[in-house]
Design a binder for this molecule. Structure first.
Ligand code: G3D
Ligand code: MG
Length: 202
């Protein structure tokens, strides 16, 4: 992983100016459906995935509700196996937003997902970065409800500065993805406005 990590640092360190595509990092445990989501958005169809060893990246234009407006998202889908998780930090360094994908039927590992989510949002450099929590695999009969997910992930206990939205989704058919990204976009724009106003005051 050394090489991968070196390349990432090289490409991300000079944080790109924000008028370019929004930098969005897709995180979550392995098998949550991150790569399925990315390729659903990219090709508008289901793509059979293999476990992600390094990362996948795609620039995708997403249309925003009703209006004809679109936003460019530059997604980074990072492998979620535990040995890859230490790399997450180098991807979130300049992130405008985080998409955290959770498998809604994997009740056994939801505690682990919660721990990782809280760990990443507590990092100083992620202070205030909006998080879209995707409750994925809602198509399956035994999926946890949104209310259950919210309490099991302790979303109410995320730092007070972290804006979040919990979105039910089914990545294989793409349901909920667009809606979730619109919410994420709104949160990112709100934060930017707030940061601009703070800058003016000082
Ligand atoms: P990851 O990138 O987070 O590790 P993947 O996860 O995108 O590789 O997906 C892991 C498995 O979950 C895949 O199945 C994929 O088809 C499945 N999956 C992803 N999203 C959904 C969903 O919304 N509903 C259902 N039912 N399954 C989903 P396989 O069988 O290839 O392991
Ligand atoms: Mg993957």
């Amino acid at each position: 992983f050394k090489n991968i990590s070196k390349n990432i640092h090289h490409s991300l360190l000079p944080c790109l100016p924000s008028f370019q595509a929004l930098h969005i990092v897709i995180l979550g445990l392995d098998c949550a459906g991150k790569t399925t989501m990315l390729y659903r958005l990219r090709f508008n169809e289901f793509v059979n995935t293999v476990p992600t060893k390094g990362f996948n990246t795609e620039k995708i234009k997403v249309s925003l509700g009703g209006s004809r407006q679109t936003a460019s998202f530059h997604f980074w889908d990072v492998g979620g196996q535990d040995k890859l998780r230490p790399l997450w930090r180098s991807y979130t360094r300049c992130a405008d937003g985080i998409v955290f994908v959770v498998d809604s039927v994997d009740a056994e590992r939801i505690e682990e997902a919660k721990t990782e989510l809280h760990k990443i949002t507590r990092l100083a450099e992620n202070h205030g970065v909006p998080v879209l929590v995707v409750a994925n695999k809602q198509d399956l009969r035994n999926s946890l409800s949104l209310a259950e997910m919210e309490s099991m992930l302790a979303l109410g206990e995320l730092t007070t500065t972290t804006p979040w939205h919990l979105q039910p989704a089914c990545a294989i058919i793409g349901e909920g993805l667009q809606e979730g990204l619109e919410k994420l976009h709104v949160m990112i724009m709100k934060r930017r406005k707030m940061l601009r106003q703070q800058k003016k005051k000082t």
